[in-house]
Design a protein around this ligand. Structure first.
Ligand code: THU
Length: 134
């Protein structure tokens, strides 16, 4: 599965974006180690904080179908600037797909390759809950 093909799939998913409030469409394509691709778009809500981002839609779809290991997640929007995951998605990616390669793109189709420690250094995680406490 090439990055270019993932970009095509993420752009297809972006077309399903439900974003009447922000009018900011986002798509994601997540490649699981199984070889299957799970796509997602942002889904907004009139109670704004209930909005789910494209990245979490894709990840939750994959997890709910039994996937546990992931190779790449590519994110796309209509913006000229590179799209980067919000803080909530960084935390969810860190917890559920910590080893995934994160591919940021811009409207021109350029790509930047990152990993979660680039985007969320010093992360809180499962291990943090196991530390000795008073
Ligand atoms: N959004 C995403 O879906 N992914 C990102 O990486 C950044 C933001 C969505 C959430 C909301 O629907 C809209 O973009 C504006 O914040």
């Amino acid at each position: 599965m090439t990055d270019e093909k993932l970009l095509i799939l993420a752009r297809e998913a972006l077309k399903h974006s439900f974003s009447p409030y922000s009018k900011f469409r986002v798509g994601a394509a997540l490649l699981a180690k199984s070889g299957k691709v799970y796509t997602g778009c942002n889904i907004e809500n009139s109670s704004f904080s209930l909005t789910v981002c494209a990245e979490r839609t894709a990840l939750f779809k994959a997890i709910s179908e039994g996937e546990t290991e992931f190779s790449k997640i590519l994110i796309v929007s209509d913006a000229d600037d590179f799209i980067t995951p919000c803080g909530a998605c960084r935390q969810v990616i860190s917890d559920l797909a910590g080893a995934v390669e994160i591919i940021l793109t811009n409207a021109g189709g350029e790509m930047q390759h990152k990993n979660i420690s680039d985007l969320l250094p010093f992360a809180f995680g499962q291990a943090s809950l196991l530390t000795k406490r008073k």
